[in-house]
Structures are given as C-alpha cells and as structure tokens.
Design a protein around this ligand. Structure first.
Ligand code: DAH
Length: 341
C-alpha cells in the first residue's frame, strides 16, 4: 500500500508539466516544500515490516531525486522561455516614443519680456496674494468706500465677506510692499487680477497685469517719462511715446501712455485705428496720500507708478485675435509657442 503510494507520486512527478512560474512554484511546494507529500509518506516507514524498510527507503529517495531533477529541468526550461519572450518583445531598433514637453504660455512669454526689461534697470520682482482685502486693493490706494472710482473696477467679493475680494489690479502690491519696506523701493509686480466682466473675444473676467513702483528721494515725473521711453524702445522698438492726462485715485498727476507704432504695416494701421498710436499703460506720480497711508513720509519721498495689462500685449505680439484662446489651454494652440522666448 505505502509502496504503491510512493510509486504513484513518482508517476505524478514524471507526468507533471507546469508551464508558468506560478505552476512551477506549486510543483515545488507539493514535492519539495517543507511539508511535501514525499516527506509525509517517508514518516510511515515505521509501519513497514523490517525486511522491507530498506526497499521503502530507497523508493522514497528515488521519489525525492525525481522531484529535484524534474524541478531543475522545468526551471531552466521556463527561465529560457521567459527570456525568449522578453527578448522577442524588445525591439531595439524601434523608434522611441517622443516625450510630451510643456511649453511656455504666451502670457508668461510676454510677462517675462516685460520683467527682463525692467530688471535691467534695477527693478526687482515682487509678488503677492490674489485674494486681497479691501484696504490694500482700494482704501490704501486712495479709493475710499463710496468713491466713484471703485465703479471703474467691477469687483468680485468673496461670498459672505464685504472685506475680502479678488484683487482688481496689481496695484495692491504697492500697498503691501510699502507697508513693510521703506524707500528706496523699485519693484515690478506681475500677476493675475479679476474683474466682473462679460467674457468675450476682447475681455475676460481674469487677466494679468504688471505693476511698477519706484519710491525714493527726489523721484520726478521726468524719471517716469524716461523710464517709460526706455521700456517702449525695448518692448516695441518704438522711438516715441506720448503721455495723455488721465485720472487714477492713487496717482497725481496721472497719465496714460501711448507708444508710436506708425501706420506702415497693415497690422499697425488696424491696431492703432489709423493714428499710429497705441495705448499701453496707466501711470503717474504716487499720490502723497498713498505714501502716508502706507507709512512712508511723503514730505521726504516721492515716487512714480505704472500698471499695464498683459493680454493685450500678448495678443498684439503673437497676432492672437480672441482673448479666450489664452485661457482655454488647448494644447494645439499652446504648442505653437514652443520655440518662442
Ligand atoms: N491699476 C490701474 C488699473 O488697473 C493701472 C494703473 C494706473 C496702475 C496708474 C498704476 C498707475 O500704478 O500709476 O487700471
């Protein structure tokens, strides 16, 4: 009986044909594992009559040897097969898959150009929060509650708050900075701003601005004019600028700057409505009240400030005719700027 059982195990071993690594592992556990079936039977040797013990022992050893031999043979066969399969699926001559690279957004490209121009004359980048409080966005900038100038900027207030809002301009960074730093201050503040405007090809409820601020002893309107002329030359290749009187609550006097692009090309003719002049930014001498609001001695210091939108510049620069393209982030559109710096 016990002899028969060992013989049938040997037969089982010989017939086994595991063809996956998992099946081979099952084979190993059944015949060679620590609780294998051969071991279990060999314990039965005490129930074998003495004269047959030798033969039984020999048969058990035969079963163990068969299991080991079979396992080794199967293992090397399987290893070779696995190797073959992976070699077959690895085609070293196949072309590589191109990685998908991100590209700089046209707004970032335009913003970086503006920043680089001002950095060359000593301005440093300052950034601050997009969720602002009323004081930094309006009151400190000489726009108290009920001031009609607040109507110029249709504001998003945070739900449940009449103090927190999405900043309507990067001018809020002026107030943030002057509150913590004494002159000389020479900063350029790029960032996203928000206004409750209907979205169309020409306007959007979110857009970007760059703010500039220079406060020191003896800063004059002539400094402002010369700085802006330098910027217009670098950015637009323009040789002339014009400052038109305007109004902003935080500057006095205030002006709007146009650059002369001329009407030589069809684009410039259309863009400047036949006048050759393109409006670029608002600017002025920082109102002494703003300096005082922010803890800067307006008797000792003066300053100039300017602010401009970025989308319009990006659209002009790249011939984009719909502002919404700048916010949809369609990669077919964005990829076209991959080589622009
Ligand atoms: N904050 C103004 C706006 O969003 C732009 C501006 C005008 C900024 C004049 C200035 C400035 O710093 O002096 O329309």
């Amino acid at each position: 009986m016990l002899f028969e059982q060992v013989n049938s195990i040997i037969a089982e071993i010989e017939q086994a044909s595991p063809d996956t690594p998992e099946a081979l592992e099952q084979f190993r556990i059944r015949f060679l594992g620590s609780k294998n079936v051969i071991k279990a039977l060999s314990g039965e040797i005490r129930n074998i009559p003495n004269e047959q013990k030798r033969d039984f022992g020999r048969l058990v050893n035969e079963a163990i040897a068969a299991a080991e031999a079979k396992f080794q043979a199967l293992k090397s066969g399987l290893d070779a097969a696995v190797e073959q399969i992976s070699a077959a699926s690895l085609d070293l001559s196949a072309p590589g898959e191109p990685g998908i690279w991100g590209t700089r957004h046209p707004i970032s490209i335009t913003m970086n150009r503006i920043i680089r121009i001002f950095e060359r004359i000593g301005f440093v980048v300052a950034e601050d929060r997009e969720i602002e409080d009323d004081w930094h966005n309006f009151t400190a900038l000489n726009t108290p509650e009920d001031h009609p100038a607040r109507d110029m900027q249709d504001t998003y207030y945070l739900r449940g708050s009449d103090n927190l809002l999405l900043r309507t301009h990067t001018s809020s960074v002026q107030a943030r900075l002057m509150n913590v730093q004494q002159p000389p201050i020479r900063i350029i503040a790029p960032g996203r701003v928000y206004r409750n405007e209907t979205i169309s090809a020409r306007s959007h409820c979110q857009f970007h601005q760059v703010e500039g601020l220079y406060v020191d002893e003896g800063v004059s309107f002539a400094d402002l004019k010369q700085t802006l002329l330098y910027f217009a030359k670098e950015m637009f290749g323009a040789t002339q600028i014009r400052l038109r009187p305007s109004f902003f609550p935080f500057t006095e006097p205030s002006a709007e700057m146009d650059v002369y692009l001329g009407t030589d090309t069809e684009d410039n003719y259309r863009l400047t409505k036949g006048t050759g002049w393109l409006e670029i930014l608002g600017c002025g001498m920082v109102d002494p009240a703003v300096l005082d609001n922010c803890g800067i001695d307006s008797e000792r210091y003066t300053g100039f400030a300017f602010g401009m939108g970025i989308e319009r510049q990006a659209m002009r620069l790249f011939g984009i005719n719909d502002i919404r393209l700048l916010f949809e982030n369609d990669t077919r559109f964005l990829r076209q700027f991959a080589t622009v710096v």
